[in-house]
Design a protein around this ligand. Structure first.
Ligand SMILES: [Fe+2]
Ligand SMILES: [Fe+2]
Length: 347
């Protein structure tokens, strides 16, 4: 059995940046709000025993989504089966950036950068090069960041899918297959969140931050998608570029031995089942490879959707093509187009 030990975080005045009055409070509170679980290897039933941070009384920790079993029901199954990824496919994922080509792209990029800055501030993200060579991101810091990131990442697909669904209902026109892919993306992001919540659960402060962020983000995206869905897909494409960077860095740091608690730790059972992780490839590093591949697919899908005519074009990811020998967009990691498919390639 492996566990992440939770040592109290001390934040001293001298350790804080000069401008970080409020930020210091946020950081201190968000650190103390994160609690970790004792973590058993995959396929081992979870028990209620946990190691918790000194700042969160054990009595206040609860299982957010315990597996529900009733007299007649053992489990619930998802209609969306995750495509199977190979290690080689996941290893081939690259950090990339799609150049902005017009004002809509520039606006989307600027908004993505603003959101990234906000997330860095809230989760106290530090890049090694900005910390005088001293390594500062611990497992706990990463989990804080991942939980916040994944809790907002599941919003755009749901907003876009919902609005396209409503438009189809009120205009009595076909959607041409977009809704399914968008809702599947939202589901995938929520599975990321649930997976990481099996490793560490956020405390009250973090949950309040998520609540506030969701309120702002959902409503902002709702109106933005009504005005310019193309810009919103580009914006999500740029955010996913950042997500690929984040997970690439985590993988590199696990492999470099900077995150010792994750070196031998196994992925939670929920992840093993969802990604169908093969035996012998169920470590935290493997888990990060799966999540990064998902983010790379979201990056491609959203950049592709951002290239299309939002009202008329069918969804290339659910389309059946005339020429079956031609390369076409896939749901899996077998064919990744980092900057998305151009319209003339798929429509
Ligand atoms: Fe995600
Ligand atoms: Fe994503």
């Amino acid at each position: 059995m492996y566990s992440i030990t939770t040592t109290p975080i001390r934040v001293t005045a001298s350790a804080l940046p000069k401008t970080a009055g409020l930020r210091g409070c946020i950081v201190a509170a968000s650190y103390s709000s994160l609690t970790s679980l004792s973590h058993k290897p995959a396929h081992t039933p979870y028990h209620t025993h946990r190691s918790v941070s000194s700042t969160t009384p054990q009595s206040k920790i609860k299982e957010f989504f315990p597996k529900v079993e009733t007299k007649q029901i053992v489990e619930v199954e998802s209609a969306w089966r995750h495509p199977v990824y190979t290690e080689a496919q996941m290893r081939s994922i690259q950090v990339s950036h799609r150049q902005a080509r017009n004002w809509s792209d520039w606006f989307a990029l600027a908004m993505a950068r603003v959101l990234r800055w906000g997330m860095d501030t809230v989760t106290n993200y530090k890049h090694p090069s900005s910390s005088n060579g001293k390594f500062e991101m611990t497992e706990k810091n990463w989990l804080n960041r991942i939980l916040f990131l994944e809790s907002v990442a599941g919003v755009p697909g749901m907003v876009a899918g919902m609005l396209r669904h409503l438009r189809s209902l009120r205009t009595m026109k076909r959607d041409n297959g977009w809704i399914e892919t968008l809702l599947e993306e939202a589901h995938n992001e929520r599975m990321h969140l649930l997976t990481f919540m099996k490793i560490a659960q956020p405390g009250l402060f973090m949950r309040l931050m998520v609540l506030g962020a969701q309120g702002v983000y959902f409503n902002g995206l709702f109106f933005a998608y009504l005005i310019s869905p193309r810009t919103c897909h580009r914006f999500v494409g740029y955010l996913e570029e950042e997500a690929v960077i984040t997970y690439t860095r985590i993988i590199e740091e696990i492999e470099a031995g900077h995150l010792p608690a994750w070196r031998e730790m196994q992925a939670p059972e929920i992840a093993v089942k969802y990604w169908d992780m093969p035996e012998g490839s169920r470590s935290m590093r493997d888990l990060m490879l799966y999540v990064r591949a998902d983010e790379a697919k979201h990056r491609e899908v959203n950049h592709t959707l951002g290239n299309l005519d939002q009202k008329a074009d069918p969804n290339p990811y659910t389309a059946v093509y005339r020429d079956s020998t031609k390369l076409k967009p896939s749901k899996g990691a077998d064919l990744m187009k980092e900057t998305g498919w151009e319209r003339e390639e798929v429509i």
